[in-house]
Every structure is written in C-alpha cells, then in structure tokens.
Design a protein around this ligand. Sequence first.
Ligand SMILES: [Zn+2]
Length: 349
Amino acid sequence: MQKKIFVVLLLFTYFVQSIMAQTDIKIISSIDLASIPAGTTQHYYLHLINNGLGQAVYIPIMIAKGVEEGPVFGMVAAIHGNELNGIPIIQNVFKQIDAQQLKGTLIGVPGVNVVSMDRDRRRFVDEEDLNRNFPGKEKGNRSQQYVYKIKEKLLPHFDYLVDMHTASFGRLNSLYVRADLSNDLIAQMANLQDCDIILDSKGVPSTGDGIAMLRTFRAEAMLQGTPTITVEYGNPQVYQADIIARGEKGMLNIMRWLEMLDEPIEQFPTPPIVCKKSYWIYVEEGGLLEVPVALTQILKKGELIGVVKNLFGEVIQAYYAPEDGIVIGKSSNPVNMDGGRILHLGIIK
Ligand SMILES: [Zn+2]
C-alpha cells in the first residue's frame, strides 16, 4: 500500500515538474542565430541593461529555428509595459510550432519593456514613451539607452516584424492594424490578420521634408528595410481570450504566407474595414464623459458620440460625429479634463 502511494507521489512530482517553468534558462548578451541548432526551440534571457541596484535586467527571447533556410519573422510585445495581450499570443504561437517542421526562424519577445511591465506602466521609469524614442542613443538618458539596445540587439535580426500593442490606460481598442498600405508586402501582412480594421498609416512620421528625429519602433524597423505592421489588440492591462485567439491566427497566417509553415492560409469570414485616415476627437470643456457608441460601430455624420456632464449630472456639452466613420477606439474613463479623448474615428476608404 505504502509503495503504491510512493509511486503515485513520484508520478505526480514528475507531472508537476513537466509543467513547471524551466529554471535554467540560458543568459545571453546578444542573439547569435547561427549558433542555434536547426530544428530546435530555445528560450533565452537577453541581458539588456542593469537596474539601479547593479543587477542585470533581462528580456525574454523565444527562438524556433527551422530545419530549412527561410525568413526570420519577429513578434515583439509590450514596448508599452501595460499592453499585454501580445504576450500570450507569442507564447501560444510558439506552442503550435514544431521547429522540425519549420522553414526559417521565428523570434518572439514576449515582453520587451520588462521594466515598465513590472510597474504596470505604459511609460519607462523616466516617464518617457519608449515607442517615441527610436533610434535612442548609446550614451543617452535611461530610455534612450534602453531603446538603443533594442535597436542594436533585436532589430537587425528580423526580416518581417509585428509590433504588438493595445489601447492605453483609460481607453478601449478594437483589434486593428496600422500598416503602410502603399507597400505591397506590408499590405499583405495586414490583410492576413483576423482584424476589425486596417488603418493605412505610413508609420514614418515626417517633420516636413525629413524623417522625424524621434520615431516609433515600427518606423525604425521600416527605415532599416524591415516590413513591419503594428497590431492593436484590444485593451490595456488585461488578457482577452477572444482577442488573443484571433491574434494567434494572424501570426500563423503570416508564417504560412512566408512559406515558413507548409499549410494553407486561413481565410476569415468578415473582411476588415480599411480606413484611409483616423483622428481622435477631444473633450473641449472637461467633465464626466459618457460615450454612447460601441467599438467598430459605423457612424453617420451628426450622430451623438459623447456627452460630458458635471458632477450633478447636468449636461455641459454633447459631441457629434463630424463626418461618417467607424469607431476604432474609445475612452473608458469617464473623468476627462479639457482635451480628454472621446473616441478614435476612422474614415473609411
Ligand atoms: Zn502601445
């Protein structure tokens, strides 16, 4: 009897160990794809910076290297530390990949801004937005050095890239893609997503005749010649099961299109709505905002989109759609001073 219990306990221990995290993850200071054995999946901690206690700060790197030559496809999540839906998308895509059946290399970074993730913040420790700080500076301030290292240690490896975001704090997003549709490869990547909306956006903000001094991760990647899309996966600081499942499909589709996976591309029943431009509509006189429209709702010019009230429930001002469009994102936080955001209106192509 005692022997039986012992065997059961032993089996249970093996089971628990098999589902527990790997504790001996290899620490690296740079990514060397050539040194990775073909047909294997590896997990690494990439040393990016040191924190204020002199301790190393690592970012997680997942690499599946196929058995045949092919493109390197990268997925990077959470450059804004409270934008989390991309993390399980990357984890789940890797679960579905068998490196022995793969052509090319898949790289996932399920949390590139670990510093802010650990603080539940969008912005970096110095309150800078990392996604407006590329190309960074080798000897710059805190966010500049962090960004510089992302640019130097990660970016050169990718042939194709998806930069994974969500809405910011106090807002809700549909599942939408930002992509430069004038570039055929990028347009293809966008059209392979199970998304609600595709927003045509250059991603390389210009200050007139030159390239902006400070730019997004996508803009930096595109300047380096890497076809890149940004995908906005719903809402901040949550895992949304439906959005995550749709996100996985889009990533697998890109891999099928690149012939990294020998499978047919999945077609989705509802084609996305393509927008030629978009803008936010802001509160003019602050107060408590109600937004009586839903995400992805099609709006007619003149439709009610927001009501701002004072603390007694009296209407300060009502807002109406300035033109026909679609709701890409909206405020979820009632408290809005002058300039608070009401909704993100997409103008359909
Ligand atoms: Zn973001």
